[in-house]
Design a protein around this ligand. Structure first.
Ligand SMILES: *Cc1c(COP(=O)(O)O)cnc(C)c1O
Length: 359
């Protein structure tokens, strides 16, 4: 079956062989305090730095999921207040989990057809001034870089504008963009993701990329209440160990895939060219329209397509007959949209096959 589901998504075909290798090499029984595991983790972190072009002063941690990383941000980096901007389901969920932990979390919805910059700054002066004042006073700002539910992304300008207008810790959910497009690391303090989207791996690992500023904040708050408090994670990772018995198969597969993939600049160009091609194709050669009309906010890695529920049901049936899985709509767009993953593991012949069904 060919799958375009935006997570869990297509895994690289090489994963089959890597799983066998892990078994044969005895990796699966490695103790997580052993030299063998420490070498594996060190190599994995080094390859992530190298292939994803992560600045050397940023540290990388592995956790269980992006959802867990949301809670680490709330527990270890937020004393009083986090400010969430979202336009779809994942950003909203992040806010709800945080609100259970952080006394004064606040959230602002913005229109997925407009940029965050437009929402915050390009309106009446009084509103823009009000937003600037709030941003300047923020402790932690939480942004969903790539909103998988509706196929939107923040622009580089959005991310830069936030950075320029606050001293807050800036946390970005890049679950469906990390590994698919180049990220402006210096513009954020916490970049969180999981492996089952653009990294083309089976689910079961989350990633956190943290700036020195994030670490300094963690030290200031000194949260040690939880097994996954950021300082405990950091203590372990500086020794190339983990704070609990890890998903060692997942770590091994991540190492192998990072070793295999091209550098992020190469992947970025390919992803963006494919995205352009997808949007053009959908809007000009099919009866469908892209859900997001604003070319600035359309995601490169998740293509959301709008249509009538009946037509979408018929399309899904036809796709299933051809052994193709497309992504369901999500949240409030569930019945009148579908989604196409534009992740690096997907091959050109698979795209051609789906195009024939859509046109
Ligand atoms: C998939 C996804 C998540 C959840 O990831 P888990 O690994 O299931 O925790 C969070 N945020 C975004 C934007 C996602 O696409």
């Amino acid at each position: 079956v060919v799958t375009f589901y935006p997570g869990p998504s297509k895994v690289y075909p090489q994963v089959a062989q890597y799983m066998q290798n892990a078994f044969d090499e005895g990796v699966l029984s490695l103790n997580h305090r052993s030299a063998g595991f420490m070498q594996l983790l060190q190599k994995t972190l080094q390859l992530l730095h190298q292939k994803l072009d992560i600045p050397s002063e940023y540290s990388i941690y592995l956790v269980s999921s992006a959802t867990e990383a949301w809670e680490v941000v709330a527990q270890s980096l937020t004393a009083q207040h986090s400010m969430h901007f979202y336009n779809g389901s994942f950003g909203k969920k992040w806010f709800h989990y945080t609100a259970n932990i952080v006394p004064n979390a606040s959230a602002t919805w913005f229109d997925p057809q407009h940029t965050l910059t437009h929402h915050l700054f390009e309106r009446e002066t009084a509103i823009a001034q009000h937003n600037l004042t709030h941003l300047a006073a923020a402790e932690v700002v939480c942004l969903t870089h790539n909103e998988t539910s509706n196929g939107t992304q923040l622009t580089l300008t959005d991310v830069q504008k936030i950075r320029q207008n606050t001293d807050a810790i800036v946390a970005l959910d890049v679950t469906s963009s990390l590994g698919g497009v180049a990220l402006p690391w210096a513009q954020g303090d916490v970049w969180l993701a999981s492996v089952q989207k653009c990294l083309g791996l089976p689910a079961g690992l989350g990633l956190m990329v943290c700036s020195p500023k994030a670490l300094a904040k963690a030290r200031l708050l000194n949260d040690h209440l939880r097994y996954n408090s950021l300082l405990a994670i950091d203590d372990n990772f500086t020794k190339f160990q983990t704070h609990y018995t890890p998903n060692v198969l997942g770590v091994y597969l991540l190492m192998k895939i990072m070793n295999q993939v091209a550098d992020i600049q190469t992947i970025d160009s390919k992803t963006k060219a494919r995205a352009q091609d997808w949007y053009k194709f959908i809007n000009t050669q099919t009866p469908w329209q892209s859900l997001i009309q604003n070319t600035d906010t359309r995601a490169n890695t998740v293509i959301a397509v709008a249509g009538e529920p009946v037509a979408i049901e018929a399309l899904k049936k036809r796709a299933t007959q051809h052994q193709i899985t497309i992504g369901n709509g999500y949240g409030e767009w569930k019945s009148h949209s579908f989604r196409i993953a534009n992740f690096p593991a997907i091959e050109d012949w698979e795209i051609e096959k789906l195009k024939r069904i859509l046109s």
